[in-house]
Design a protein around this ligand. Sequence first.
Ligand SMILES: C[S@@+](CC[C@H](N)C(=O)[O-])C[C@H]1O[C@@H](n2cnc3c(N)ncnc32)[C@H](O)[C@@H]1O
Length: 357
Amino acid sequence: MNGTAEIDMAKLNEFIGKAVTDLGATFNAGLVVIGDKLGLYKAMAGAGPITPAELASRTATDERYVREWLSAQATGGYVTYDPATQRFELPPEQAFALANPDGPVFFPGAMQLALATLKAEPRIIERFKTGEGLGWHEHDPELFQGTERFFRPNYIGNLVSNWIPALEGVEHKLKLGAKVADVGCGHGASTILMATAFPKSQFVGFDYHPASIEYARRAAADAGVADRVTFEVAAAKEYPGNAEYDLVTFFDCLHDMGDPVGASAHVLRTLKKDGTWMIVEPFASDKLEENLNPVGRVYYSASTMICTPASKSQEVGLALGAQAGEARLRDVVTKGGFTRVRRAAETPFNMVLEARP
Ligand SMILES: C[S@@+](CC[C@H](N)C(=O)[O-])C[C@H]1O[C@@H](n2cnc3c(N)ncnc32)[C@H](O)[C@@H]1O
């Protein structure tokens, strides 16, 4: 250690306090996933104050484990604890966020994503040394499901009600019957939501990851929209189509691609002359110093483990990162040949760019 550095004990204590909170939060990722998968939050939602034995009995789980889990949940404010009755309760707001997968703020998917991502840590350490990439498909499969469950609530809350109406003339075309490609569609959450909202339009979801496409096909059948949605394995620079789509959408995937400029040029070839490319990306300012906040922390961390290695695993390996910012994205899109790009909408988590030929 540098002998000249003076330690300010108050600052040190403040930092250790923050780090201990982070440590508890890191463990809590596992506990949230446990509560989600075992139905503990669901069983507590609307149930009022409950004992560990009652919760264990309702969820066919072991009382001792459930008591420890509840105690941990109470320390983090996920549940409340009443010492007088020794009962635990899931407040309505927490129930809304933790036990409502179709709600707009469902949270356990995010923790599932984070936990799955951490399983790649030994391989990411190697990639730091070699500079090589790690493909999206090489992650633990829980990442694919966690991503869908994290993003879908946000799409439920914004896609049909805010983002599509913010694009010039697109909602009208979709209502009448349009042709749409959803590229990098993953499990197809966005594709299926759009197909449900616009029954006269035809949708095709593309993703280079075969397991995600298989999942998306099953999800479309389950949602009853398989008559108007198909899913095909194809990379962003190779999906079929020649000047035929009214709308091409990229949800949270452009920055994961090795060659986003090449993808942009391909989108342009597949779009009709009056078509629209909707690009949904993580919200970010152009300057790092403006992204030093809790959302930026989530995204830079995920980007270190997922997005940057994913891009580096593909041709070109541009590695935009999840916090590229509008100016950098605009540059990529226009280098591919688009002439008009504007920010059509934003939320605390996303920005929506509209690109026109
Ligand atoms: C963060 S996930 C987003 C998935 C989905 N769009 C969503 O919003 O839930 C990124 C997706 O991009 C896909 N992807 C990455 N590179 C790709 C490429 N070059 N061509 C097509 N898909 C790609 C991955 O397989 C993954 O499904």
